[in-house]
Write a protein of this length. Structure first.
Length: 264
């Protein structure tokens, strides 16, 4: 039975009364409904994981909150969830793992890499992580002339987006976290990590990310491409969160990679 602790956190146990083999923190991307991670959460539940699904400020049905959002609010959202998940994993005596998509992967990476950060996982999966974004993405900064509340139309369809558009405040927060993480130089990030994404991703610079990971000595990181999808048309290469956008076969293959990596 799913437990909704707050708008920022939803917890779902393993299915069929299984004993949890792991606790997994799961978090969505920029201007995504937190619910887009539910298909992944259900797969994890079926494989014996207890899932802590996080909802970031500005993504819970209130665009007004996104118009003033800051990096610190997102870091606090995740830090609060992490503390509860850590306590639960320790109680059960099981590993604590992480899966983050896009912005979610960035927020967690920024949190982990802060000097003296207590945030640690046994394993993690980064889906299209926005920790290294393409230069063209930074061109959005010119829209700051319209104010941080300006709404940039979303590329996501209505089923995936939290709001009709993304506030510039949210983009500014994302870029600030990218900068902070770059300065931290992947500190504390060399844990067993699986990075998955589409090589034609519109936002993430995968070549640059691979190069930086190698330079930083992240020998526990592994990169795999999702370059084939069994769908008629790919609307948005960055979106890889569910079987509807990947197709059933590609989704099954991705989940197999994820559950194998997390040892579920």
């Amino acid at each position: 039975m799913t437990s909704i602790l707050s708008k920022a956190l939803e917890v779902s146990p393993p299915t069929h009364g299984q004993t949890a083999q792991a606790v997994v923190v799961v978090i969505h991307g920029l201007n995504n409904k937190p619910e887009i991670m539910d298909p992944l959460a259900r797969e994890l539940n079926q494989n014996g994981a207890e899932v802590f699904r996080v909802g970031l400020t500005g993504h819970r049905g209130d665009f007004e909150a996104m118009k003033t959002v800051t990096p610190e609010q997102w870091l606090h959202d995740l830090s609060s969830a992490y503390q509860l998940a850590r306590q639960r994993a320790d109680e059960l005596g099981v590993p604590l793992n992480f899966i983050g998509y896009s912005l979610g992967a960035l927020v967690n990476s920024a949190l982990m890499s802060r000097f003296g950060s207590p945030v640690r996982y046994d394993r993690q999966v980064l889906l299209a992580p926005a920790i290294k974004v393409k230069f063209t993405s930074h061109l959005l900064k010119v829209l700051n002339i319209f104010g941080k509340g300006f709404r940039v139309p979303s590329l996501n369809d209505a089923a995936h987006r939290a709001n009709k558009g993304t506030a510039m405040a949210a983009y500014n927060a994302l870029f600030e976290l990218v900068s902070d993480f770059k300065q931290a130089n992947y500190r504390g990030m060399n844990i067993p990590t699986l990075v998955l994404g589409d090589p034609e991703d519109e936002l993430v610079d995968f070549a640059g990310l691979k190069a930086e990971a190698k330079l930083a000595g992240l020998n526990f990181w592994k990169f795999e491409s999702l370059d084939k999808r069994d769908v008629e048309k790919i609307q948005y290469h960055h979106l890889i969160t569910d079987p509807g956008v990947l197709g059933p076969e590609t989704w099954a293959n991705m989940m197999k990679k994820i559950t194998t990596h997390l040892e579920l």
